[in-house]
Design a protein. Sequence first.
Length: 132
Amino acid sequence: MPELTRRRALGAAAALATAAGAQALTAPSASASPAATPGRMPEEHHHGGPEAFDEVFQGRRIEGRPVTGGGHHHGAGYAVFIDGVELHVMSNADGSWISVVSHYDPVPSPRAAARAAVLELQGAPLVPFAAN
């Protein structure tokens, strides 16, 4: 059996990291649909858009629902609220979502954006965002 050297240990660690990264990149496309995953609520309704939600997360009430027309939403959109104050969210071309609070950290759904904002706010109130 060959002796374990620093070069072999680093090579093995790099190979493991590469394999883990490749598995993480392919896992979402190979996984079951959200509705088929046990313990997970489906995030989309029959029209392909995000489903409405209303829950308390870490002591804050978060709500999300589809909206049409008016305001800064051009046509159909989605509104998210934290304790009744609108959290400006936007969907990206790849299907991920961002908010004004966590703009550089895309998440898979508006619900996840609301939860990420609650975590980022750390108990601070959400200040209304004036979009134009």
